[in-house]
Write a protein that binds this ligand. Structure first.
Ligand code: AKG
Ligand code: FE2
Length: 267
């Protein structure tokens, strides 16, 4: 795992709000991530007990189902995935880029854009979550070559610096975010094609999306979203368990290691 960072990479991340690390996983690691993801997704889709944490059930609309197969919190139910996601090196990488002293897992998620799948509408990530931070960060690991043809990631550089916590949904209006942030409408996107095994990391407030999959093969990615240690509850439920959500009031620290595990702390 290519988990060391140069000062230039950190500076670029802070300015642009995203960075690509090509060859992040070696061939053996990539094989393991692919196997764990394929197995965890197949089991999750077959398990009715976890239907709330995938988007392929009756509750999801037909357009969204074809944006990607989304399976959340796979590490909670799959031992192989748990080992991969609970890796301190990932926490250190995220924490070093974000410039924070501790990193908690918010949620992992597999995002498999199906053959001829819909584009991923422009959005921000952090406004979906139960805490509001300017330093949240996600890692997106390409399990297939992510190309201009199959829906690689695309970013509006620097938008994390001016974003508010207002958002647009990942629905059928591809550019709905530009109605919320008309000041970004004249910007050109940076597309980030990367070979399989590469990682792309982005700030939870950087505007991003992905194009259609214009191929007959899936575009697989395994991702994890991270919360800076010390973040507080903002009143939104998102993926919090019911009983824990009921116990919280806005402003409470989200520090229960069973819910938001601390995977790295600055020494
Ligand atoms: O994989 C995609 O199409 C979108 C990914 C994304 O929005 C994210 O990782 O936050
Ligand atoms: Fe996103």
């Amino acid at each position: 795992m290519k988990d060391s960072l140069s000062a230039e990479q950190i500076a670029q991340y802070r300015q642009q709000g995203f960075i690509a690390i090509e060859g992040f996983l070696n061939a053996a690691e990539l094989a393991r991530w692919r196997e764990a993801t394929d197995d965890a997704v197949a089991k999750r889709l077959a398990d009715k007990g976890w239907h709330a944490l995938n988007n392929q059930g009756e509750g999801s609309d037909d357009y969204y189902k074809q944006v990607f197969v989304q399976c959340l919190k796979l590490a909670d139910s799959h031992a192989g995935m748990h080992e991969l996601i609970f890796d301190e090196r990932l926490g250190r990488l995220a924490g070093t880029l974000a410039g924070v002293d501790g990193i908690r897992i918010w949620h992992d998620q597999a995002l498999i854009k199906p053959p001829y799948g819909n584009p991923t509408a422009w959005h921000l990530d952090n406004p979906y979550w139960s805490f509001s931070s300017r330093n949240s960060i996600s890692i997106w690991i390409a399990l297939d070559d992510a190309t201009l043809m199959n829906g690689c990631m695309a970013y509006l550089p620097g938008t994390h610096l001016t974003a508010r916590h207002d958002n647009a949904g990942i629905g059928s209006t591809f550019g709905g975010l530009f109605n919320v942030y008309p000041e970004w409408k004249k910007m050109d996107a940076t597309l980030v094609p990367v070979p399989a095994g590469s990682a792309v990391l982005h700030n939870g407030l950087t505007a991003h999306g992905a194009g259609v999959n214009m191929t007959s093969r899936p575009r697989r990615a395994m991702t994890c979203a991270y919360m800076p240690d010390g973040s507080t509850f903002n009143g939104q439920k998102n993926v919090l368990p019911d009983d824990y959500f009921q116990s919280l009031k806005p402003g409470d620290s989200l520090q229960d290691n069973r819910i938001t595990p601390l995977i790295w702390q600055r020494k």
